[in-house]
Design a protein around this ligand. Structure first.
Ligand code: BG6
Length: 508
């Protein structure tokens, strides 16, 4: 393969290589890196899984994933052939120590000492522990940066299980060799939060309780659980999305300015936010957290089944597909500023967005009774950009105030498609940069923050579970959560702008 000379030769062993994640995300991302000449030379992939597949069968399977999910696609056979020649497959019985022994020997002796050897665990979480323990047969792994371990989420299902998993990992690998994935951190728009906040002097003076009224973080998906019912039944929206993606977004918005872009410095600043989150007592759970499940409805013009009718979902399941939580951060910057987080499947639109709603003007001399406060929307997906809402005078003989949006879109400004999160993350793993990965204390603290909610929801088998119609924006209870504070959920900026545009088109 054509190589990026700054990265050492690398071999990546993917456990669970015949699964969905490898097919949809990991391999297409590696292929895109290959097509952009970003892979080291030499580079090789060893796929490992229980399924019986030869090298060719495995390559064939990967090819269809690359065709469907990579950005580059396959345009020339010779590109694919070159890539495929670096891929091999071995059937693995996860408990069979002899297979690990020969794999470890192969890595140790078949590759230069300085080459990077990555173990990527893309398996169901129940296999994390046996695999790590088996790798632990080799005494040379611990503290040896040539060996790295990558763990997908979910990282535990509560504080205790996450601590246990961290302990198992720490017996075999040093923290600096451990890469816990939260793919949101690899998204361009998420990384841009740091650039936007800390490469512009104008935000810092107003990025605090004196100017910001509240913050909303919405990650709305239109998809349901589809074929992932088996996994989702044990997760739910709180574990699947809030514990990781949404809390990480909140940390990036709320953290103090870092003194450098050193990985530990950034992670320290983020973990400080988690520590400052006001603990939610069991008595408070009902006041600050809402969960719900979708029932059948219409999403994007198509009828979709309710959660209970999905494959591998128990008929009496109480797993939440929507969660909304109000947090406070007890520090000088954010005292008294609520952070409202919500996420759900089968919602009205796909939109991931962070909105900072500024305080209203203290006094205004205009005739309008209400003037909308300024709003800054950081759009993560599907729109990628930043929208700032201000007020302007509408052209005409009278002073009439109208909201207008200043908008910058990634597509328009940079005119290149952003790399997929997995491309960024894989490259960082090869380079040995852990900045975009979850440190053990971050994961544990995120579980601590949610502990009382997890417990209360788990123990509550009696109160009826709120529901929402697929294609809508969550249950009435979530509306009540925010209207009780005299606020409302903000429509994602992309939709709000569309609505305003349609309105003004109609007026023309
Ligand atoms: C994953 C969750 O971590 O993130 C999925 O397990 C969810 O349930 C997905 O659909 C959303 O990611 P993205 O990048 O599509 O917003």
């Amino acid at each position: 393969m054509v190589g990026d000379l700054s990265i050492k030769p690398t071999v990546i062993c993917i456990f669970g290589a015949s699964g969905d994640l490898a097919q949809r995300k990991i391999i297409p991302a590696i292929y895109d890196l290959f097509m952009n000449d970003l892979l080291p030379d030499p580079f090789c992939i060893i796929g490992l899984a229980r399924t019986s597949l030869g090298d060719d069968g495995f390559r064939q399977q990967l090819r269809s994933g690359v065709e469907k999910f990579s950005r580059s696609g396959i345009h020339k056979e010779e590109d694919w052939d070159k890539f495929a020649s670096a891929v091999t497959y071995s059937k693995l019985d996860y408990q069979d120590s002899t297979i690990y022994k020969s794999l470890l020997e192969q890595l140790d002796q078949g590759w230069q000492k300085s080459a990077t050897k990555i173990f990527y665990l893309a398996t169901p979480p129940t296999l994390f522990e046996p695999i790590v323990k088996q790798l632990g047969q080799s005494r040379i792994l611990h503290g040896n940066d040539q060996y790295r371990i990558v763990i997908e989420k979910p990282f535990g299902r509560d504080l205790e299980s996450a601590q246990e998993l961290n302990k198992i990992l720490a017996d075999v690998f040093d923290e600096s060799q451990t890469y816990r994935i939260d793919h949101y951190l690899g998204k361009e728009t998420v990384q841009n939060i740091l650039a936007f906040r800390f490469a512009n002097a104008m935000w810092e003076p107003i990025w605090n309780r004196s100017y910001i009224n509240h913050v909303q973080i919405t990650v709305a998906e239109q998809v349901g659980v589809g074929r992932r019912g088996g996994y989702y039944e044990n997760a739910g929206a709180l574990r699947d999305m809030i514990q990781n993606h949404l809390l990480q977004l909140m940390c990036l918005v709320a953290m103090e300015p870092p003194t450098s872009f050193n990985a530990e410095e950034i992670r320290n600043k983020k973990v400080d936010v988690l520590h400052a989150i006001r603990p939610i007592t069991t008595e408070d759970v009902a006041k600050v957290a809402v969960r719900a499940q979708y029932v059948s409805g219409v999403v994007d013009g198509k009828h979709v089944p309710g959660y209970l009718e999905e494959e591998n979902v128990a008929a009496d399941s109480r797993t939440e597909t929507f969660a909304a939580i109000k947090f406070y951060i007890d520090n000088w910057r954010w005292q008294g500023v609520p952070f409202y987080l919500r996420t759900g499947k089968c919602m009205g639109a796909r939109a991931s967005e962070i909105s900072l709603q500024f305080r209203p003007v203290p006094h205004h001399p205009f005739s309008e009774k209400v003037i909308q406060p300024n709003r800054l929307a950081i759009q993560i997906a599907p729109e990628e950009g930043i929208m700032l809402r201000t007020q302007a005078k509408e052209p005409g003989p009278v002073m009439k105030i109208k909201p207008v949006e200043m908008h910058y879109s990634y597509n328009e400004v940079f005119q290149v498609s952003s790399p997929e999160a997995y491309e960024t993350l894989l490259l960082d793993i090869m380079r040995g940069d852990p900045g975009l990965f979850m440190r053990s204390d971050q994961v544990e603290m995120a579980w601590t923050v949610l502990g009382s909610i997890l417990e209360t929801w788990q123990n509550d088998r009696e109160n009826p579970l709120p529901s929402y119609v697929a294609g809508e924006w969550g249950p009435q209870e979530a509306e009540n959560l925010i209207t009780a504070d005299g606020r409302e959920w903000l429509k994602p900026a992309c939709l709000e702008c569309e609505i305003r545009k349609e309105g003004s088109d109609g007026n023309d």
